[in-house]
Design a protein. Structure first.
Lengths: 275, 271
């Protein structure tokens, strides 16, 4: 199987998910998810805690094999790719994890240099210059000698972003970019994501539960709830949606779950007491 | 309520033993797969543009091997001395104290030198490798490597394996030398024998097959430590408590694997 070139068919969505089903420990977490992301788009996958959005991201990244359905990146079904093709494909994507996932044993500079050292034959001076360019983009120039443990939460996210973009990827994935940040730093990061799209013409997928952030950066929003896609639409469409669960998410309304008394008692007493 | 078969003690006990057995088989298979994948990357990594970096191997060699030198040297020296003391006390009943020299030379090169090196490395690196990979696993660093197109086994485990295959025999030879020296110091004090005479006799007793047996064991011990420790790191779950459990389990399993492997070796190779 041959990898698509960087100049692949621009009319085709760069991410296509069809009928994706997944489960953890026998519990279904994604139910027949369909998703399509166009090149150059900023797509936000939004949902509450436990909605399955981070799980969906892991399947988009090819970290797990789905129970059913397909995930296509650049037109290639990633579960059918051989090892060599999968490695080549992964060089075309960048990921910024929720906690940054910087390598704690390396300096910030070495973290950013790592993909270049592993995937290119560039000399060390060029690698250093390229990594500093990316650190400039995320306003972390001069911090390359620090260890990740010496950075603030916002700086960790920006350093992780610098590492994610150092190979000039075609798709950038963000897992909860604003989580744990104060509103000002979160807004800065949103602005940075928008600038990156402008500068790099990159497709961006953001998984978040932060409404302000989602509405600030999204071209289209996919709302996920209990492993199912409730809707996909523009920012205004989602804002004006009349689906009750989406309204609850937007208005931060707690959901009351009907409790079956017999079920409740059975759950409490199962496996306890005299046999 | 009448007792259900599912709740009876023998049923639960059998179930528990069965689950443990299946888990052990699974982990054995996982370790074997880890070893095969590491060897695959060592051999084929270059052609897949994923070479095992010599710079990383050198760093691991320092961490696994060079840093262990003082502990291995002290333990081996003390062990050789103890063997000499015990040997002299036992053999003096027969007036054969001088026979302690071939005893030390043979048992150290065949058995105790490599065993001391193996146990020290299992204690130091067995815990360090499991803790390092376990921490990386929990902080999504392993996932980060994978999505960057860097195979974690190639990047983390294969260099450790290569470093261990070089350093374990070196440490085993060092342990042999230090144990024989320790035995020599005690022997010369107790039997009033000059050290050069002791070394002449000890060297005369050494045969290449004994040294070869020790070196063969050292390769196997090195592989066991890396596979068991890395495997425990990769399957570590459950935050700080889980990491502590994985680290402890790694050291215990590394030492157990080394002792059992040593017994199997001795069973088949002893003359």
């Amino acid at each position: 199987m041959t990898m698509p070139q960087r100049t692949s068919d621009s009319s085709r969505p760069v991410i296509e998910v069809e009928g994706l089903r997944a489960s953890w420990g026998g519990q279904p977490v994604l139910h027949d998810v369909d998703l399509s992301v166009e090149a150059g788009e900023i797509r936000v996958v939004m949902g509450g805690s436990g909605s399955g959005k981070s799980t969906l991201l892991r399947y988009l990244l090819g970290l797990h094999r789905p129970d059913a359905g397909t995930v296509r990146l650049f037109g290639e079904d990633i579960s059918r790719l051989g090892r060599r093709d999968m490695l080549a494909l992964r060089r075309r994507i960048g990921v910024s994890f929720q906690g940054g996932a910087l390598f704690n044993s390396m300096t910030v500079g070495d973290n950013v240099c790592l993909p270049l050292r592993e995937h290119t034959r560039l000399d060390e001076h060029t690698i250093r210059i390229m990594s500093r360019m990316k650190l400039e983009v995320v306003s972390l120039a001069g911090f390359e000698h620090l260890m990740p443990s010496q950075l603030s939460g916002g700086m960790v996210k920006r350093a992780a972003l610098a590492r994610a973009i150092v190979m000039d990827p075609d798709i950038l994935f963000f897992d909860e970019p604003s989580a744990g940040l104060d509103p000002v730093v979160a807004a800065d990061l949103d602005a940075l994501i928008l600038r990156l799209r402008e500068a790099m013409q990159v497709t961006i997928v953001v998984v978040t539960h932060e409404l302000d952030s989602a509405f600030a950066i999204a071209d289209r929003i996919t709302v996920l709830d209990q492993g199912r896609i409730l809707m996909t639409g523009g920012v205004d469409e989602v804002r004006n949606a009349d689906n009750e669960r989406i309204r609850n998410l937007l208005t931060r309304t707690a959901t009351d779950t009907e409790v079956d008394v017999d079920d409740y008692l059975e759950r409490l007493t199962q496996g306890v007491g005299p046999q | 309520m009448a007792a259900e078969p599912a709740a009876s003690l023998p049923y639960r006990l059998t179930g528990h033993v069965g689950r443990r057995f299946v888990q052990a088989v699974e982990e054995f298979g996982y370790g074997a797969a880890l070893l095969v994948e590491s060897l695959y990357w060592i051999v084929a990594g270059h052609w897949l543009n994923q070479p095992v970096r010599l710079r990383v191997v050198a760093a691991e060699m320092i961490d696994i091997g060079v840093s262990a030198v003082p502990v291995v040297a002290i333990l081996a020296f003390a062990n050789g001395g103890m063997m000499a003391l015990q040997g002299i006390y036992t053999l003096q009943d027969f007036g054969a104290q001088s026979q302690v020299i071939p005893g030390i030379a043979m048992s150290v090169t065949r058995e105790f030198g490599v065993l001391i090196a193996g146990i020290v490395v299992a204690g130091r690196s067995g815990s360090a490798i499991a803790a390092r990979i376990g921490t990386m696993n929990m902080s999504q660093e392993i996932d980060a490597l994978r999505v960057m197109g860097i195979e974690p086994v190639r990047y983390l485990v294969a260099p450790m394996l290569l470093a261990m295959l070089v350093m374990m025999p070196v440490l085993a030879i060092l342990a042999d030398a230090m144990a024989v020296t320790g035995g020599g110091v005690i022997t010369s004090l107790k039997l009033h024998m000059a050290l050069p005479v002791y070394f002449d006799r000890a060297l005369a007793e050494l045969v290449p097959s004994d040294i070869g047996q020790g070196l063969a064991k050292s390769f196997v011990f090195g592989v066991l430590v890396v596979v068991v420790a890395a495997g425990n790191g990769f399957i570590a779950r459950g935050g700080a408590e889980g990491l502590g459990r994985a680290t402890t389990r790694s050291v215990v399993l590394c030492i157990a694997a080394i002792v059992v492997a040593d017994m199997i070796f001795t069973l088949f190779l002893s003359r």
